[in-house]
Design a protein around this ligand. Structure first.
Ligand code: B12
Length: 569
């Protein structure tokens, strides 16, 4: 008899990363996760809160993180102790396509009679291929699966007809069925992140480790609130651009969360933690009135946490004044992706502003008290050459010389994959991309290559994969040196990054020499199980991404209150 209605498992990117010898590269240096991509989708929390509110029991287990934290953690043994009615695995981000399928295989071995369900954006894109794998029984498509998931769990329990469940791809014996993707809600307010669930689950299952979003989260607990699904921009490389969404999730235009729902979510977070709250999505995409309503809500709610805003294009300066008048602590993340307006325009959508306008915005934000301004550049864009990447770093030097230490710059390669569904992936010749994989299985094979140069699923007609890797290390090296010179990071931290980068480069050169050699060598031996040393913080120290922390990051009285609620009710 099952005691969990849905067990949600987050896989590592490559299942046996603890044993394999792979130089993953700095593809995760600008996100909180490591190269294992151990962060689970936010949707785990919205699905769990929707189902729990309807009386179902859900448990989230971050298997990727558990495996990272202990070499002895045995997935099969852990799963054997649980009694779930259904096992859900995210294949949301394509870099999980190896780990997700391996976890499905193990789940089926351990619990042959328990249905295995997959979901997320990549599952949606690849549903027809995914359902052919013997260990996958169901794929739930779309960007909002809470309601159909509820319907699926009830139907599986009662034995009713599966054909009536929207967005479901399913198998009966060997017969594959694809129900229409018709559940595309035009409100996001029925799905709440409910951060207190994490505390609840930790207490209910006596297991804090499995619910952590990423390695080191308790020390650097950044939190996230999403504002939108779908997008009105057309970035060539994005798997969630307007064109990508209209084909993959069938969402033709973006839908926004109501200001009330967002404010409530931020209040819930702020009751639990002092951590910064990152608002995902440019609020101005929802129109000036929508964005202003959220600022008014924030002012009234008097939330003390730092609020991090992202903008897809240069906002009106008056909007920055509104932020400053409404929010006590705030910062900005801005991603021009290239210093060169022509490259920005080739990337589509977001580039229609010049550098002078952008810099005026930076200056004004800092004048108004923005506590941190992070500017992100990317490698692997249409029309971008090695020289153009290095010119972006010259531009970073120019920005540093404006003299405000609150402004910092970051650069990273687009990797390991260009997103399926993006215009660059669907129409590579038109945008100057060359693809090395198209199917799910081809991507699964790519993830097992020895070095990230061979893992990248694309090159451009302006840079080969080797040149993309060179440009990454060259740019990372120079930016790191500039950060030391301009006091953005300490000498100590910068020297360590430089050292790791140097080691990664040497290792890559040795691996290059070995290409074609079948047997593992001493070089590969040095890499075995090595996920961090040569791939994490090799172009930028991950700690640069985090905000200063409090002595106690969490509010103990609120945690005790939740514990009381779980234990006595
Ligand atoms: C916020 C965000 C992040 C945050 C993480 C947030 C998080 N924990 O989910 C950060 C910045 C850390 C991030 C990192 C990455 N991201 Co990101 N991210 C986004 C973004 C902008 C919004 C996602 C969001 O708000 N979702 C809202 C929540 C509530 O919904 P959800 O998580 O999607 O879940 C719903 C469905 O997807 C589905 N679902 C998901 N999982 C499952 C599982 C089951 C069993 C079922 C039934 C359903 C289901 O149902 C859920 C509920 O409705 C999207 C673009 C976009 N606009 O969608 C890109 C996007 C998802 N990211 C993308 C990528 C590539 C990445 C990285 C791999 C990039 C990199 N190399 O570093 C990493 C991976 C990080 C990791 N796992 O460790 C691509 C994915 C393309 C693809 N098909 O692979 C996207 C589409 C666009 C982009 N290029 O940024 N990302």
């Amino acid at each position: 008899m099952a005691d969990i209605d849905l067990l949600l498992l987050h896989p590592p990117s490559v299942y046996d990363f603890r044993k394999r010898a792979i130089l993953y590269g700095p593809v995760s240096d600008l996100i909180p996760s490591s190269t294992v991509f151990e962060m689970y989708p936010l949707g785990f929390l919205t699905m769990a809160s929707y189902l729990q509110a309807r009386g179902l029991k859900v448990r989230i287990v971050n298997l990727a993180l558990r495996m990272m934290k202990s070499d002895h953690f045995d997935v099969a043994r852990f799963l054997a102790k649980l009694r779930p009615a259904v096992i859900g695995i995210d294949l949301h981000w394509l870099p999980h396509c190896h780990g997700a399928l391996e976890i499905a295989r193990i789940a089926k071995q351990v619990h042959p009679n328990v249905p295995v369900l997959m979901g997320g954006l990549s599952s949606t894109y690849y549903h027809e291929e995914l359902i052919t794998y013997p260990d996958v029984d169901y794929v739930l498509r779309g960007d909002s699966t809470e309601a159909p998931l509820h319907q699926l769990l009830l139907t599986l329990r009662s034995g009713g007809p599966l054909a009536a469940i929207p967005n479901l791809t399913w198998k009966q014996d060997t017969q594959i069925n694809i129900n229409p993707l018709t559940y595309i809600p035009d409100t996001l307010d029925n799905a709440d992140l409910r951060p207190d669930q994490m505390v609840e689950m930790a207490i209910r299952y006596r297991d804090t480790k499995s619910i952590m979003p990423f390695d080191g989260w308790t020390k650097n607990p950044i939190t996230v609130v999403f504002s939108v699904k779908g997008c009105s921009y057309e970035c060539v490389t994005c798997g969630s651009s307007q064109t990508a969404c209209s084909h993959v999730t069938r969402r033709k235009k973006p839908v926004f969360r109501s200001p009330a729902s967002m404010i409530k979510n931020m209040q819930d977070i702020s009751r639990l933690t002092y951590a910064p709250i990152f608002i995902v999505g440019d609020l101005l995409q929802g129109g000036p009135d929508y964005a202003r309503e959220i600022l008014i809500g924030l002012r009234e709610a008097k939330i003390n946490n730092e609020i991090v805003f992202e903008f897809f294009t240069v906002p009106p300066l008056a909007f920055l004044e509104d932020i400053a008048a409404s929010v006590r602590h705030w910062s900005i993340e801005f991603s021009p992706e290239s210093h060169d307006q022509a490259v920005r325009e080739a990337q589509g959508g977001e580039g229609e502003y010049d550098n002078a306008t952008m810099e005026a915005m930076f200056t004004e934000a800092l004048r108004l008290g923005c506590s941190r301004l992070d500017i992100f550049f990317m490698i692997g864009l249409p029309t971008q050459t090695h020289a153009s990447v290095m010119a972006s770093i010259d531009y970073c030097e120019h920005l540093f010389s404006l003299g405000d230490p609150r402004l910092s710059c970051f650069i990273s390669p687009m990797g390991p994959f260009i997103d399926p569904g993006s215009r660059g992936f669907e129409d590579p010749e038109r945008f100057g991309y060359v693809l090395f994989a198209r199917t799910l299985e081809e991507h699964r094979q790519l993830l097992l290559q020895r070095s990230w140069e061979q893992i990248l699923n694309y090159a451009t007609i302006w840079m080969t994969r080797a040149e993309l890797v060179d440009a990454t290390y060259d740019a990372g090296e120079r930016l790191n040196a500039l950060k030391m010179t301009h006091g953005r990071i300490s000498r100590r931290r910068g020297t360590r990054v430089a050292q790791r980068l140097h080691e990664a480069r040497e290792l890559r050169a040795r691996l290059d020499q070995e290409i074609g050699q079948p047997s593992p060598s001493a070089t590969s031996g040095a890499l075995e199980g090595e996920i961090a040393r040569f791939s994490t913080s090799t172009i930028c120290d991950k700690r640069e991404l985090f905000w200063p922390t409090h002595l106690l990051n969490f509010k103990v009285t609120e945690i005790l209150r939740i514990a009381w609620r779980v234990l006595w009710h």
